[in-house]
Design a protein around this ligand. Structure first.
Ligand code: SF4
Length: 399
């Protein structure tokens, strides 16, 4: 079975203008106590692991602010408890401007085998508007150093649909990013979140509001460019360099499995397939054995609770079978592989057609979904309108 372990690192050097993640600037002095608390939470939760972790993901925040020695301690602690599967994918999110060759070598030696760099843009003016701490040149240097340190599985994140961003600037960002030959790309449309400095700048008129039609054009432009460059789009926001060329945009992966495409994110596949995961750290969420829980948000509260020997949970809810089915559809349809009828039947003991046949046929009639009795997947057009489809699978009281 696949089982994903997430470790949250809630520290950043400063807040980006668009960020509403659970992360804090100015708390780096908490790092040693926080790492100790992560080790403590691992001890408290070791019995909850249903199987050794097939993937580990250090997310944030800025996990590359953790010294490599701490990353090694954490991974060793998981290994020593026999809770790390052989060949596990171990990803760490890194920000250019926070890593050097020595640190990257240390991470590689600690067992990290995949890096996800938050590059966001190749335009320095856009990076400044976003409040990023790095320039494009620093991102290029970080990628080169990662390769020298022995990393081959490199993923780069970009954001599009920025205030004032032109199609030409986005095309240039894509071209320069492809020149870096990443294994994987994640492209996200900017979401302007209430309470962020970016939202305030837009409200004051200092920055123009992003244009959703232009953002849609950018998404399509990226899809074409990445397809031509040999990437498969295997999820609404994610592309992997294929072992072979994709026959078309949003093609069904070989054998119907994303893993057959190339270096996909195996950790994130666990989320999209709605299989169990455990999150450690401040604000981390978990989904295990029919129950979802979330930890307390602030690192100080988190440290205090773990030091007292308590589970640092803030909320927990039981997930009904009906909701689990709906979430399995909602998450699975984000993937080009969609949701297989055999896998659904094996998991829930009831056929996909019996539970969702009418809904699937309705979306198929509207041209947003393929449903052939074996597999349900969004069409290439449905991929652009996914949010309208997903809610249809949730029970009425959750939609
Ligand atoms: S680096 Fe990431 S987590 Fe940190 S402030 Fe910026 S967007 Fe937020």
């Amino acid at each position: 079975m696949t089982f994903a372990l997430y470790i949250h690192v809630p520290f950043c050097l400063r807040r980006c203008t668009y960020c509403d993640f659970n992360t804090y600037a100015g708390l780096l002095s908490l790092r040693p106590a926080y790492v100790q608390a992560l080790l403590g939470e691992l001890t408290l939760r070791a019995a909850q692991f249903p199987a050794p972790a097939t993937s580990v993901y250090f997310g944030g925040g800025t996990p590359s602010l953790l010294p490599a020695a701490d990353v090694r301690r954490l991974l060793d602690a998981v290994r020593d408890r026999q809770l790390l599967a052989d060949g596990a994918e171990i990803t760490l999110e890194a920000n250019p401007g926070t890593v050097d060759l020595a640190a990257l070598r240390g991470l590689r030696q600690a067992g990290v085998n995949r890096l996800s760099f938050g590059v966001q843009s190749a335009q320095d003016a856009e990076l400044r508007m976003l409040g990023r701490i790095h320039t494009w040149d620093e991102a290029v240097q970080a990628v080169r150093q990662a390769r020298r340190a022995g990393f081959t599985n490199l993923s780069l994140d970009l954001i599009f649909g920025l205030p004032g961003q032109t199609l030409a600037a986005w095309q240039d960002t894509l071209n320069r990013t492809l020149d870096l030959a990443p294994a994987h790309l994640s492209l996200y449309a900017l979401s302007v979140e209430e309470g962020t400095p970016l939202a305030a700048s837009i409200a004051e008129g200092t920055l123009p509001a992003p244009d959703p039609d232009l953002a849609a054009a950018m998404y399509e432009l990226a899809g074409d460019a990445l397809h031509r460059a040999g990437f498969w789009q295997y999820e609404i926001s994610n592309w992997a360099r294929g072992h072979t060329a994709a026959p078309e945009i949003w093609a069904l992966p070989p054998g119907g499995l994303s893993e057959n495409i190339g270096p996909v994110s195996r950790h994130n596949l666990s989320y999209w397939r709605n299989t169990p995961w455990l999150g450690l750290g401040a604000g981390a969420h978990s989904w295990l054995a029919g129950r979802r829980h979330a930890n307390v948000l602030h690192p100080r509260d988190y440290i205090r609770l773990v030091q007292a020997g308590e589970l640092p949970e803030a909320t927990a809810e039981a997930i009904s079978r009906r909701l689990e089915q709906g979430e399995t559809m909602m998450m699975g349809l984000r993937l080009a592989e969609g949701v297989g009828a055999a896998r659904f039947q094996a998991r829930f003991g009831v056929s996909l057609a019996a539970v969702y046949g009418a809904t699937l046929r309705r979306w198929q009639d509207w041209g947003l979904l393929h449903w052939d009795g074996d597999r349900a997947r969004l069409t290439a057009r449905g991929r652009l309108l996914g949010n309208q489809v997903f809610g249809a699978f949730l029970p009425d009281d959750e939609a």
